[in-house]
Design a protein around this ligand. Structure first.
Ligand SMILES: Nc1ncnc2c1ncn2[C@@H]1O[C@H](COP(=O)(O)OP(=O)(O)OP(=O)(O)O)[C@@H](O)[C@H]1O
Ligand code: SF4
Ligand SMILES: [Mg+2]
Length: 324
């Protein structure tokens, strides 16, 4: 495995109390593979990614347990300098909002070029040429001219391509993309996602794709991890999860996708709200919202059961889910 997160725990200590944001997450991704991470707002998707990237807001955030193995080394045990080297060269992240990640008063070519000046010791002239090459690579038209323009002179979709170019610049082994297309128009979303998927295959990178959008996932991901209240409740290859979800929460998410072929049909939405992370329900955290909940769910937390090859589910009644 390129990256293996094992039993990760993260909490936020605030004046109001302790929010248990990540409660024993384990997931992994190989070179050339895409893992999609799904779940409602507040389920711990971004916090897990921030812990991997070493950009957790500390304090109030704190990693209270677990390991983050990258190319076999536990990033949490590395000295700060070594960790920064790995992070700078081997890991890259793409955020939802390109405008706030780019420097507004610096031409995009300078920002791209800076990666090569700082990390590869290139001259400014060579770095500029590399910037143009990268902008071509992410299919920004007239890259040679536009390399001198500022972020606000690009559309949202083009800015997100620039973010992808920045992430690719040093040819990292792993990219984490956190809702990379959420801020874009629907048609542009698909183009940017296709580009990211294509480059990921070409460079044989590992990709962790955090998203709300189950529609996107089917086309680009190899595996899906579904998170709820800081835990993974189901993990499986994409095909299996769409065909037979092994957890009621996953089924709820799948049934919430608008379908073009079911015009007029009422959309199923999971009732209720995600739990307060300072007061997670006992037993199965999903029980107050689960249509299948029984007494045991209110008292006993389900372990992650191996339900098939490469498939796990944290539901007492996973067999019934598969048979449904
Ligand atoms: N800086 C912070 N200070 C305090 N609590 C935080 C902070 N960042 C995250 N949290 C807590 O961690 C929880 C999980 O946050 P996270 O950003 O991982 O959610 P998410 O799954 O990425 O949701 P979204 O889909 O909205 O991006 C939050 O609900 C909040 O309780
Ligand atoms: S363990 Fe119980 S409450 Fe939790 S998802 Fe399964 S059936 Fe629902
Ligand atoms: Mg998030």
């Amino acid at each position: 495995m390129l990256l293996e997160v094992r039993d990760l725990h993260v909490e936020f200590r605030t004046r109001d109390g302790v929010a248990k944001a990540v409660n024993g997450v384990s997931y992994g991704v190989d070179a050339g593979e895409t893992l999609a991470v799904l779940g409602e707002s507040g389920s711990g998707k971004s916090v897990t990614a921030q812990a991997v990237m070493g950009i957790l807001d500390t304090p109030p955030g704190r990693i209270t347990g677990g390991q983050i193995l990258f190319q076999g080394k536990d990033l949490l045990k590395l000295k700060e300098g070594e960790r920064r080297r790995v992070r700078g060269a081997q890991l890259a992240m793409i955020f939802q909002d390109a405008l706030s990640s780019l420097n507004p008063v610096l031409p995009v070519g300078d920002q791209l070029g800076e990666m090569f000046v700082v990390h590869r010791g290139m001259s400014k002239k060579d770095a500029r040429a590399k910037a143009v090459e990268l902008m071509d690579r992410v299919r920004i038209p007239a890259a040679r001219e536009r390399v001198r323009q500022y972020p606000h002179q690009f559309s949202g979709g083009m800015r997100q391509r620039i973010m992808i170019a920045m992430a690719l610049a040093l040819e990292p082994a792993l990219i984490i993309a956190d809702e990379p297309t959420t801020a874009l128009d629907v048609t542009v979303q698909a183009q940017v996602m296709d580009l990211l998927a294509e480059l990921q295959r070409e460079y044989r990178m590992g990709l962790i794709l955090i998203t709300h959008d189950l529609g996107v996932v089917a086309d680009v991901a190899d595996r899906i991890a579904v998170m709820y209240a800081g835990r993974i409740v189901e993990q499986a290859p994409v095909r299996d999860i769409y065909k037979t979800p092994a957890h009621p929460y996953t089924r709820g998410l799948l049934e919430s996708i608008p379908r073009l072929d079911a015009k007029g049909r009422e959309l199923y939405a999971i009732k209720g709200l995600p739990p307060n992370l300072m007061d997670i329900p006992p037993g199965c955290a999903f029980h107050p919202r689960c249509p299948m909940a029984r007494d045991v769910c209110r008292t006993d937390a389900p372990a992650l059961h191996q339900v098939a090859d490469h498939r796990v589910s944290a539901c007492h009644f996973w067999r019934e889910c598969l048979d449904a």
